[in-house]
Design a protein around this ligand. Structure first.
Ligand code: ACO
Length: 172
């Protein structure tokens, strides 16, 4: 139903040709949407994770990566690692606040459920923590992660998926 909220918004699996644009979305998202929570040096270290296009493309292709498009153009992406870890969620600043992140996470939750996951885990940035809490994820612990020469804080959150699946099985 979230998908109907914005008729021009759609999802599809990542294609190899998307990698250059997804790198730009990643960098612009980190630079413009995380300044309240991280220093410029931390943002730079974070954004430079995508500097090596080949490595970044390999990482995305090795996970279940979905691309959100607005009128056909990529505006965000999310990646599921294995069956139960949300590894990445990035929305372009120009498209933020329009339900793109919510649509991507709704889809990953369904895919994780169909892979047999009972719960989903995410190490959320301080900028995204509120987004995940609003969607029912519960904070477990704070972490400090080395990225290049910087230390970045994040929070591990969990969401149980089994109840909704059980409810669906009962209803069918
Ligand atoms: N705190 C509280 N609520 C939030 C936040 C926040 N930081 N961000 C969004 N929300 C709310 C919105 O108000 C909205 O509420 P509503 O449904 O009542 O209207 C709801 O969450 C859905 O928001 P969307 O519009 O779907 O979110 P958006 O498309 O803007 O994407 C995201 C959110 C992905 C966090 C985006 O802001 C972003 O890319 N941030 C920078 C990069 C980042 O930190 N990514 C996560 C890194 S951690 C990881 O990848 C695992």
């Amino acid at each position: 139903m979230m998908a109907m909220a914005h008729p021009k918004l759609a999802l599809r699996p990542m294609l190899p040709a998307d990698v250059p644009l997804l790198r730009e979305i990643f960098r612009d998202s980190v630079e413009d949407l995380t300044a309240d929570d991280y220093t410029e040096a931390q943002q730079e270290a974070w954004a430079s994770v995508a500097d090596d296009e080949k490595e970044f493309g390999k990482k995305l292709a090795g996970e279940l990566t979905l691309v959100a498009t607005l009128e056909g153009s990529p505006v965000g992406f999310a990646a599921l690692e294995g069956k139960d870890k949300i590894d990445m969620l990035y929305v372009h600043p120009a498209a933020a606040g329009q339900g793109v992140g919510a649509m991507l996470i709704d889809a990953l939750e369904k895919l994780a459920g169909s892979r047999g996951a009972a719960k989903l885990t995410v190490d959320a940035s301080d900028s995204a923590r509120g987004f995940f809490e609003k969607r029912g994820y519960v904070a477990q612990q704070r972490n400090s992660v080395a990225v290049g020469d910087e230390w970045l804080a994040n929070t591990t959150l969990h969401k149980q998926l089994d109840q909704s699946l059980a409810a669906k099985r009962e209803a069918s």
